[in-house]
Design a binder for this molecule. Structure first.
Ligand code: AG3
Length: 292
């Protein structure tokens, strides 16, 4: 449907009735309520096609490269021997697209709870979703990620990427200690867990960041956090967690090996890798305040 009057806006509230981000809607491409969440796909002149789940922007054509570079490349530059990958969530396909650029990876299992997200993205966001039709190593399953890791064999994966929504809604179980414990168990000895770690600027996001960090720190011997600039997430800056059984993201970083791969990336580079793990003092304070 083409909206003729120029007055329709999507707004995401960062602080209730106080701070919001608004994008003008040029076109409403899709709006459905799945059994799991409200899915909306709009078009905006500057950001292109963008998907919103339960009122929160997940992905836009213009800045998706930042998130998908950063969820994939730092772990691969720390452990280039990663062969088996598990992706949880990530229904738009962007994470699978980036990770599948590594020829050395043998198997990518992806578990997305909401098939409607995948189908909608296949129709409206080929920039991220075309991987679903052209990647033979990818095994896409529609299932609950929490249940999937509970039932997965121990040591089965070298890398788990948790590309979830926020902890309210279908993503909730992916922020629990039980889930992190299962991730630990299904990871190999050199395993790495990267998880969507929320923001550190607005109150609600800070609380979620603290809770996630506390639980991951309790579960993994190495639990770090790294940041990246995402214009369409609250405050323009967002975080992933890097947790592992043995690898430190800086001490075990192998920049020369990664550079030899010759991958072209729009956000990630090996200098930025180090910088991403250098956190501002207010974020260090937030993480230090977490009791384990
Ligand atoms: N995954 C969710 C990122 C967090 C969104 N939260 C928010 N804006 N408050 C993004 C999916 C990209 N593959």
């Amino acid at each position: 449907m083409l909206i003729k009057n120029n007055d329709l806006w999507f707004s995401e509230y960062y602080m209730e009735d106080d701070v919001k981000l608004s994008l003008k809607i040029d076109e409403i491409l899709y709006a459905e309520r799945s059994p799991f969440q409200k899915i909306e796909i709009f078009k905006n002149k500057t950001f292109g096609v963008f998907m919103v789940l339960d009122g929160y922007i997940q992905v836009t054509e213009k800045d998706e490269f930042v998130y998908h570079d950063m969820i994939s490349h730092p772990a691969m530059a720390v452990n280039p021997d990663i062969k088996n990958v598990l992706i949880i969530g990530a229904g738009d396909g962007g994470t699978a697209r980036e990770i599948s650029r590594y020829k050395t990876i043998e198997k990518i299992d992806m578990v997305e709870i909401d098939e409607a997200v995948v189908r909608a993205c296949q129709k409206y966001m080929p920039i991220t979703s075309s991987v679903f039709t052209n990647e033979p190593r990818l095994n896409l399953m529609f299932d609950d990620g929490l249940k999937f890791v509970k039932e997965a064999p121990s040591g089965a994966y070298d890398l788990i990427l948790v590309d979830s929504t926020d902890p309210a809604g279908p993503g909730e179980g992916l922020f629990t200690i039980d889930f992190y414990k299962d991730c630990y168990r299904v990871l190999s000895e050199k395993g790495i867990l990267i998880n969507q770690h929320e923001g550190a600027f607005f109150d609600g996001d800070i609380e979620e960041m603290k809770k996630a960090h506390a639980k991951i720190k309790k579960t993994f011997p190495i639990a770090k956090v790294f940041g990246f600039n995402t214009p369409t997430y609250a405050s323009g800056y967002w975080y992933f967690g890097f947790a592992s059984k043995s690898f430190d993201p800086i001490a075990d970083f192998k920049p020369e090996q990664w550079e030899k791969l010759g991958l072209e990336t729009k956000y990630y580079n090996t200098d930025l890798h180090r910088g991403a793990f250098a956190l501002p003092n207010y974020v260090l304070d937030i993480l230090a305040s977490v009791n384990v």
